[in-house]
Design a protein around this ligand. Structure first.
Ligand SMILES: *Cc1c(COP(=O)(O)O)cnc(C)c1O
Length: 409
């Protein structure tokens, strides 16, 4: 169905929106499951899910109902009151993880902020206020607040925003020896994504996670996981760290899929790691608001289901097998497949921004990523039939890329 009067695109760039995004002139009006429909009714298969956010698909009927029900009762109250929805979601999160306690935020970056503050305050409460250094890794992404960009250390996100903050150290990803050497008397915590997302879907080997845990135990360092992208079922376990044995963190930041599209994040901690966070240490006006808590609790109820996690592993297995074939057929376009579960990186020879457009030409939405990757981050509910359709569309995108390269040569 095409409505000729409705414009397919919005004008870009806008005069009235801060020009920080490189936007595609595609505007969506509604979604259903893994489909998004433009304002003029064209369907796209969504294999980016708002960057791993719409894990249960668009307009998930259960989440819609919960949001409507809550909207008619209560939207917001101050955190000076008891908020039963927070108790409910916090209980569910702690029952499902290593954690004993939770602080609710509105975004991933805020969950990272809380994680960093919690780690430093822990050492302060232990009488070691000099332990402030957060060790991060190259290629990481932790969000866009001042602390988050300093934690990830990506020079292009830091440039122009004043001097780098003290208390942040950066090391190559997965270099255990460099890490051992870097831990010293001022180290507070190691902050790492068990599977890097924006950096290009790089999964840290399970033994490395266990190694990090051991190193932290030896040195009294806190281990912080950023599972904002790789957590909540994305890799086929509820959290990516569960693939490794003996690799539990002390603190963990989650967000993205937690609200299935409603903004909600959380910083999880053990009682020990959280002991410095007392009345007055931290706060948020919106964090843990009743709307967010209602949707978050409903989303988590689905995300913890063993059937869903098994489904993720099955669809991921299908993609792994099919993508290997794609590399064989298009070695001139695709160079490597990586990632974990349904956080899939496709490393390209073709510039990734161009390839994303070729995919859109085939009505497939995929995300970009560092190291000239594109990422597949479909809803976790994607069916095998939809995955097969995604492969056909990727194949078409590869054909377009090949034809363009030939034409240019
Ligand atoms: C998206 C993301 C963040 C930042 O989350 P926001 O909600 O955008 O602040 C942090 N860490 C990782 C790993 C992410 O993928």
């Amino acid at each position: 169905m095409t409505d000729k009067t409705a414009p397919a695109t919005v004008s870009v760039p806008s005069d009235h929106i801060m020009a920080v995004y490189s936007r595609t002139p595609l505007a969506f009006e509604r979604g259903e499951g893994a489909r998004l429909y433009t304002t003029d009714g064209v369907a796209y298969l969504d294999c980016m899910a708002g960057i791993a956010v719409n894990a249960l698909g668009h307009a998930n009927p259960k989440l819609v109902q919960v949001l409507k029900d809550q909207a008619e009762k209560l939207w917001h109250v101050s955190n000076i009151f008891t908020i039963p929805g927070q108790e409910k979601l916090a209980r569910a999160l702690t029952e499902a993880t290593f954690a004993d306690e939770v602080f609710f935020t509105n975004s991933g970056a805020e969950a990272i902020e809380c994680a960093i503050k919690t780690a430093r305050k822990y050492h302060w409460a232990n009488g070691q206020p000099e332990r402030i250094d957060i060790i991060g890794f190259e290629g990481s992404f932790h969000g866009r607040t001042i602390a988050a960009v300093n934690a990830s250390g990506n020079p292009s996100y830091l440039e122009g925003f004043g001097p780098p903050l003290p208390g942040f150290v950066h090391l190559p990803y997965g270099d255990h020896e460099a890490l051992k050497a870097a831990i010293g008397p001022t180290t507070a915590a190691i902050l790492i994504e068990p599977v890097q997302g924006e950096g290009g879907a790089r999964a840290l080997p399970d033994v490395c996670l266990a190694g990090l845990r051991a190193l932290c135990d030896e040195t009294g360092t806190l281990l912080i996981y950023d599972e904002i992208q790789c957590g909540l079922g994305r890799t086929g376990k509820l959290f990516a760290y569960e693939w490794a044995t003996d690799a539990r963190p002390d603190i963990m930041a989650v967000a993205k899929a937690l609200g299935g599209g409603f903004p909600v994040g959380a910083c999880l901690a053990t009682a020990e790691a959280g002991k410095g966070m007392v009345v007055g240490s931290h706060g948020s006006t919106y964090g843990g608001n009743p709307l967010a808590m209602a949707v978050g609790a409903a989303a988590l109820e689905e995300l913890v289901k063993p059937e869903l996690l098994a489904h993720v592993r099955e669809v991921a297995g299908y993609f792994t097998q099919q993508l290997a074939g794609l590399v064989e057929r298009f070695p001139d376009v695709v160079s490597d497949i990586r990632g974990k579960g349904l956080l899939i990186g496709i490393k390209l020879h073709t510039p990734n921004r161009e390839f994303m457009q070729y995919a859109r030409d085939a009505h497939l939405l995929i995300a970009g990523g560092g190291d000239n990757c594109v990422r597949l981050l479909p809803p976790l509910t994607l069916t095998i039939a939809e995955a097969s359709e995604a492969m056909e569309k990727l194949e078409r995108a590869c054909e377009i890329a090949r034809a363009r390269t030939k034409a240019a040569a």
